[in-house]
Design a protein around this ligand. Structure first.
Ligand code: GAL
Length: 434
């Protein structure tokens, strides 16, 4: 329940969450004189390694990871990077495999975990170590937003280093497909109903209105509909027990989700998120709802925002920032703690955060990064993170424990594959969070 309280405070204190870069001054702790840098490279005078377990394998994800690896090579030439990435967006394959390894006492040296309830699971299971001392050693205590640090902290101890902040509630669209359907690409849609009208026009033009992929992307879509229809307070209430999952507002939101799914490609369950984004890139679909790692994907393909693709928050969620953050841990029993220490130093450093996020589509978790190094989309995300209401992503581990997310995902999959009607779907969601 403590994390629930934190989310409430995040929402209440959204205006206080600030990436006011100019005001933060130069807090650059990214230098080679830190004790961490010295000990990781000189431990036993020997080379070491670090197996980094992620699910970053697509264009923008891989490019971001490569950015971190190149900073590691510069700062810690004696630390060999071992890529433990397991393909599958949102960790759809990686998380189960990771759990097997943790339970078999064969952890990777470090693994990717979402700030919030997902990380909390690992902490409560005693699978990750307190790394508070590294925050002191690397000078990280003051470089991240306090609300983010709160999400990473349990009982005063901190268990991971955040690499970034992503936004989950974005639409990516193909302006040519919209124009061909008689729509104005510059149009904005205030409500879901307005958006449906536009989708009808796309459908009439013979294109897929909304591309989507396998279950987790449908859950990502669902969370944005819940944000739009319930509002920030109602959406946050789903996670702190103050919004009734069985209520009529929820029924109406699920009806909108059902309607949205009716506009999607039928081969969705065989696809992952890059495939659905590709449908927008190729011009076979008009819209795709996805977190802003899609921006990294468009960038990796050399596409230009404004002409090749456009973006806007999911209709009805303009005032919200669907928050998630990737962070890196030190698992209990990690075989190469010196290698992990070097990796965590790089992940938390200004240089590492810049190299990673420029390619990943996310914004740096650090508050002292230079915004001019980032794309116009990222600059807008930096501004939005400072000004919008921050709400936790369901699909990406911020809002709910993994067991709850799994139960919700099962209910979504059953519904979207025709295994349940809307009333049963809603009942199953009630049970999932029960
Ligand atoms: C999220 C993760 C992002 C991105 C995305 C798609 O869960 O936080 O960094 O990788 O999955 O795979």
């Amino acid at each position: 329940m403590r994390a629930h309280r934190k989310y409430s405070s995040i929402v209440a204190g959204a205006a206080a969450v600030s990436l006011l870069l100019a005001a933060c001054g130069n807090n650059n702790n990214d230098n080679n004189a830190t004790p961490g840098a010295t000990s990781a490279t000189s431990a036993a005078g020997a080379a070491t390694q670090v197996e980094v377990f992620t699910w970053w394998t697509s264009g923008g994800e891989k490019a971001g990871l490569d950015g971190l690896v190149s900073v590691l090579a510069d700062k810690y030439p004696n630390v060999e990077f071992i890529n433990g990435a397991v393909a599958g967006g949102a960790g759809s394959a990686a998380k189960d495999l990771l759990q097997s390894r943790l339970q078999a006492n064969a952890p990777p040296d470090t693994f990717q975990s979402h700030a919030g309830m997902e990380l909390n699971d690992y902490i409560q299971a005693g699978q990750v170590q307190d790394i508070s001392n590294l925050y002191t050693e690397f000078g990280l205590t003051d470089v991240f937003p306090q609300d983010l640090l709160d999400l990473l902290t349990v009982d005063g101890k901190i268990y991971s280093v955040p690499a970034n902040i992503h936004r989950s509630n974005m639409v990516w669209a193909n302006p040519t497909v919209l124009t061909d359907a008689g729509l104005d690409p510059a149009a904005t849609y205030a409500t879901m109903a307005d958006w449906f009208t536009a989708m009808d026009a796309v459908q009439a033009s013979g294109k897929t209105a909304l591309s989507v992929a396998t279950t987790w992307t449908q859950v990502n879509l669902l969370e944005t509909v819940l944000m739009a229809d319930l509002g920030a307070a109602g959406y946050v209430g789903l996670w702190d027990g103050t919004t009734d999952w069985a209520g009529s507002d929820m029924t109406a939101a699920l009806q909108d989700f059902e309607k949205l799914m009716s506009y999607t490609n039928t081969d969705r369950d065989g696809l992952d998120w890059p495939d659905a984004a590709q449908m927008v890139i190729d011009g076979s679909a008009a819209f795709n709802v996805m977190g802003d790692w899609a921006a990294g994907e468009f960038q990796a393909q050399g596409l230009t925002a404004g002409t090749d693709y456009i973006y806007f928050p999911v209709p009805g969620t303009d005032s919200m920032f669907g928050f998630l953050a990737d962070s890196f841990t030190l698992p209990v029993g990690a075989p190469h703690p010196d290698g992990v220490k070097a990796w965590l130093d790089v992940v938390g450093s200004l240089e590492g955060q810049t190299a990673f996020n420029v390619a990943k589509g996310s914004i740096p978790a650090r508050t002292d990064a230079d915004p001019t190094l980032f794309t116009p989309y990222q600059q807008s995300a930096i501004a939005d993170f400072a000004s919008k209401t921050i709400v936790p992503s369901l699909a990406h581990g911020a809002a709910a424990p993994t067991a709850t997310l799994t139960a919700i995902s099962d209910a979504v999959s059953k519904f979207t594959t025709g295994g349940s009607d809307l009333a049963t779907f809603q009942d199953e969601l009630v049970t999932a969070v029960g």
